[in-house]
Design a protein around this ligand. Sequence first.
Ligand code: ATP
Ligand SMILES: O=C(O)[C@@H](O)C(=O)CO
Length: 423
Amino acid sequence: MATLLGCIADDFTGATDLAGLLARSGVRVSLRIGVPTEPPRDAAEFEVIALKSRTAPVDEAVGEALAALRWLKAAGAPRFFWKYCSTFDSTTEGNIGPVAEALMNELGVEQTIYCPAFPENGRSIFMGNLFVGRQPLAESPMKDHPLTPMRDSNLMRLLEPQVKRPVGLADRLTVAAGAGRLRGELDRLRGEGVAHVVVDAVANSDLEIIAEACRDMTLLTGGSAVAMPLPALYLQDGTLSRDAIGGTRPQLDRETVVLSGSCSAMTNKQVAYYRKTGAPAYQLDPLTLAEEGPEGALDWLQAQDLSKAPILYATAEPDKVKASQEKLGVAKAGALVEEALARCAVAARDKGARRIIVAGGETSGAVTKALGVSQLDIGAEIAPGVPWTYCESGGQQIALTLKSGNFGSETFFTDAQGVLDRP
Ligand SMILES: Nc1ncnc2c1ncn2[C@@H]1O[C@H](COP(=O)(O)OP(=O)(O)OP(=O)(O)O)[C@@H](O)[C@H]1O
Ligand SMILES: O=C(O)[C@@H](O)C(=O)CO
């Protein structure tokens, strides 16, 4: 069967987030790391291409997204989804708007929507303003993000400098009035020349209305959650056959390693909780890595019993992160950690680990690259937006989960193992 929905995500954990929510409906979802070099063969009904373009120069991000679009078109996709972060991570230049506008131009589309809401993870939009839990985006911890500090909560104001065509809003009152009313409002705005429409959503029921109203748009954009209702809509009207139901679930050995390079508040809690469970733990420190390299971590890993699911983590509180960044520079500190964790991933796989749990988007990029992973099949969901995936690495089938920094609850690392242990 040809692809029904072709998705492009601006980072790796965001891509697994989207793929996981689409797979909730039971349909097969395939995730490609980067634009495949080969033309599509055996493409799935739902294809997600993971880029690493969130903070890339605008031209590079646009070029990669257009290459992904062409591959997805060749796979037969009639409709497309541009996935960015539920906290709208971007700079004044981009890359959310420029990529959306380039995709619109290439597809000859006059209008698209913007809906990063993800109510299950506390992201909601009201009157065009994005909230993280109870805080406006610009008052949330996202205001201090090292690469994309979000200092405005208003999505129209954030988007306007990024695009050439007019920006508008379909507010919650319209959405709450149902799919017909929302469709009417989008038509009205199109008549006024509004190409980019931010759409409010505070609950999953709003997302269902939005998906129903916009399911026939050639290009949709948003966080993962607004795409979640699409497979059910396609199944209902026969666009998607029931044969598409049924994901992969290979039985793999239980040897596990946990690799954490995220320093988010939630990952700090998750690492602290996991250490308290008695799991063997090794802390990587960028300053030590700069002086001695990753050998200490690799030696420690070699001595571990992987059936005890040891953790190697660089996760640290903000003051500690800042201290090493001041000494080494932000990029160097990050690169040292990413490289060390990537080497640990390969060493763990070679030692027999068949379940690899990774925390952090950049960290996930480094680990998947080192493992030589190019395609992932989506399995069971561990937490909203974090599924297990299955892939091949070094001639072995492995299960891999890539957790966004802020996702999952405190018990995530044990939850992840529990999901695979379930009969
Ligand atoms: N102790 C540390 N000191 C300095 N930098 C660190 C330290 N630990 C990790 N890092 C770096 O911080 C960055 C964390 O980014 P990463 O994207 O992996 O996590 P995140 O931002 O929490 O996740 P997400 O992008 O999914 O929200 C990585 O580049 C990592 O190498
Ligand atoms: O939408 C989100 O919050 C995540 O999928 C993400 O993009 C993490 O980088």
